[in-house]
Design a protein. Sequence first.
Length: 500
Amino acid sequence: MAEQKINQQPEQDLSEQTRIRREKLAALQAADEDPFRHTRFDWDATSEQIKSNFDAMEGKPVKIAGRLMSKRGMGKVSFCDLQDRDGRIQLYARQDEMDENTYKKFKKYDIGDIVGVDGEVFRTQRGEMSVRAKDIVLLSKALLPLPEKFHGLTDRELRYRQRYVDLIVNPEVKRAFVVRSRLIKHIRNFLDDLGYIEVETPVLNTISGGASARPFVTHHNTLDIDMYMRIATELPLKRLIVGGMDRVYEIGRIFRNEGMDPRHNPEFTSVELYQAYTDFHGMMDVAEGLISSAAKEILGTYEVEWMGEKIDLAPGWPRLTMIEAVKQYVGIDFGTISDDVEAVAAAKAKGVELADSAEKTWGNALYQCFDQRVEDHLIQPTFITMYPVEVSPLTKRSPQDPRLTERFEFFIYHSEMGNAYSELNDPIDQRRRFEKQAELRERGDDEAEMLDEDFLTAMEYGMPPTGGMGIGVDRVAMMLTNSDTIRDVILFPTMKPLDD
């Protein structure tokens, strides 16, 4: 009967270690000592608390819980490393200092088993801070042995697929996710202190909009309609600005059915925020303040290392227009060019090509020069402003040059970290731009935006001048943890299923 409690596998499929562990579990269950019957263990200290407050806790009783990561010693004395949520601490178990039967059971425990320990804080003769065990109870039996080697480039694929094992055997991995959690908390606190309200908007929509991206499509059975997983939260949030919620933001998952590389995952986390009665200059101040203060609060410094580069996040980031950046790094002064044909020819002369589906315009030539030749030069935090209208369908035009918009992106280590606008609030102009996007879709551009009639209706009720911004949370987390791939800061990155 006891063996029926174990998930059964054919005996020939089990490794020798796994078979032995299951036999140990069966023996415990047969003796009415099933470890899985335990429902709680009231610990009162962690490894880090003991080490940080050792002088005050030495000689005091403690209860700790965690996973056995090593066992050493022989006979009547054993040493173990116990790993809990904060780190590791040594256990010292001696037969003549605890119940003999309890000690004998403990000797049979395996690496990976989860235990609760009742003991006393002390320092060994070698000076190591430890817990002298008085009682040890088995809280959960590990039926699979922990791998001996589970790190390094060759094992990355396995680490991402089995993040639970990765977190057990590579404690440094957990730090990245602690930093990520603190980053999200900081974003909330920073924006809340500025008077923003956090809101939630739909993940499923009948229209895909708010960005130029290919959506995931699903089907709603009850309504019998296709729906799109959101590629941005922009349009719902701007509806709230129309409704009088002057400062709103949302931290949430975004879904884009696109390629995967070290900086892109099909689902990722962004924070989008909108503020009435400000413009893209106001958003630059928010972006700089948010990222700089996050580094200072979480890491204690404005200087971080990312991909071998020293990055200085102290406030005062340089600001370049796209025309200035292209002139500096490509050698073309689009400020002196007014003709579309001349602009395209100048770009081609520098080896910059425009896609066949793209209109051969001054604006597209300028943007492609930047995209193909400038981004790789942007290592330190830099704001790039004044984007062409062709690539900014939701942005207010520049009063000085109607070919440009009041938009910026900020880059760190040639990675786009955030995107912001002086939001377009003219519903007539917005309709024309949506219609242009619709034409591009008809010509085969499946990343072009759809025409959203309800959003246009909202704008016709009157939308105040507004600044808006989106920041990629995953990329900021990559920078703060010196990670070279987005998969290192997403607990469960998208993976192709393995064949049976």
